[in-house]
Design a protein around this ligand. Sequence first.
Ligand code: ADP
Length: 549
Amino acid sequence: MDLNLITNIAECHIEAPHILLYSHYPAAIVALLLGIFVYIKNTKYLPAKILLFSFVSFSLWVVFDLITWINPHSGIIMFTWSIMNILEPLIFFSLLYFAYVYISKDDMSLKTKLFFILLLAPLFFLAPLDVNLVKFNIVSCESIQGDFINYVYFLDLFFSSLVITYLLISYRKTDKESRKQVFYLSFGLILFLLAFSWSNIFGNITTNWEITQYGLFGMPVFIAFLAYLIVKFQAFNVKLLGAQALVVALVILIGSQFAFINNPTNKILNGITLALSVVFGWFLIRSVKNEVRRKEELQLMSDKLARANDQLRKLDNAKSEFISIASHQLRTPLTAIKGFISLLLEGSYGAVETKIRDVLNKIYLSNERLIQLVEDLLNISRIESGRMEYKFVLGDIVKLVNDLQDTFMITAKNRGLSLTFAVPKEEIPPVEMDQAKIREVASNLIDNSLKYTQKGGVTVSVTQNGGAVRVIVSDTGIGIPKENLPYLFSKFSRGKDTSRLHAEGTGLGLYVGKNLVEMHHGKVWAESDGPNRGSRFIVELPLRQPVDK
Ligand code: ADP
């Protein structure tokens, strides 16, 4: 066949199908747009290169198909038709190549590539010959295809089957995480391949070429799946917002309406709609981008905060560990000192002069304070690491409090203060508690009241208040300013003027006490009418509490 002979010798006019432009324009435009977009974002990524090649081939095929339909010159039709017969298998092959490289994340071996090149080579040699297009039918305005077309369709089907088989195998083989991606890719790609190949084959068999129009709709569907992959999984390492993809799709859809609107008024209206969509879309994308940026910043900050928090927790643990070890080590020598001073004072090592006895007494008291401090520190580290053990039993709280009388009577007398234990009017039911812990809490409160009172005295009482029992320690001491009340029970918290009266305090007693009471599901709080007007410390324990044992 000599193309030159035919060129311009025949002109034909056939009626193009209604949906010709509507099926061609969007398909070619979306394919080109996505191919270029992905490639620009990732020029060195092999799947992006192959996809671009594939989509450019597809778009060329679409353009040539359009020319075939619209152009009246038989020569040009013969030319475009024969090129399409080369492009078609190339599109199928490149999509197979793309699927393989994208999923396996590896290039094909040289041997495999050579095999495919050998399969494709005849296309280039045979396309311009008679075996491709035999002659031109001027009546139907179509080329009469030679046997070559069977090879073209063979390749189409061969590559399609390979892609489909490969996708199905990969889907079964991939792990759960990538499975979704393979699924969406396979679904979109298979849909396109089937639509494109079979519409062409049916067109050829039935010589009803209108059918081929519908095959082209497979491309926007495939593109939609690819766009979803990009938005959802950042496929091709591209960051694309859902809003961006949707706005572009909307603009393309509205733009493609120009392909079949004939009425000028409608064209203007569609133009306005298109312009408005572009403007609104632009604003929408901008606001979504801002939102995303803000979210990312927030995420970054919260990650930083979480890391800092983690670091702090580790430091805090290290600190608690250190305090715990140090306290344990301190306790043993302090207890030994206490024992030896007691023995000295009792005269076990011979009579002790009054002067020395005074000194020994002072050493004894200082040592006691140190022991208390170490005990507080140990308690804190036990509480904070959750290692504090409790033995809950039903016990008589009135007896427990009264038993403290002897311990503090001497101290009160020495300080010239009164210490009264008010007997409860009604009978107090037994309370489920760890007696040693509650004794420690009550002792600390009485001790504090005696420390922070210069005139008057301290009263201790036990009352029942509904479903709870209260131990109240009230004094006529220095009182507590209102603004200090909320901080009294915090770690290392000491009142401003307190050091003047009692320099050795640590601010740990109330903190430990509060934690111990709370483990009993109880409450402890302080009340005071103000400086120098005394204070009341109240411990409230529930009578029938659900205790964690
Ligand atoms: P410390 O007595 O060793 O300082 P605490 O935790 O026992 O530690 O008490 C914390 C602070 O609460 C004290 O420093 C003091 O300011 C205040 N406080 C405790 N008990 C009384 C009280 N009975 N009267 C006035 N202030 C008190």
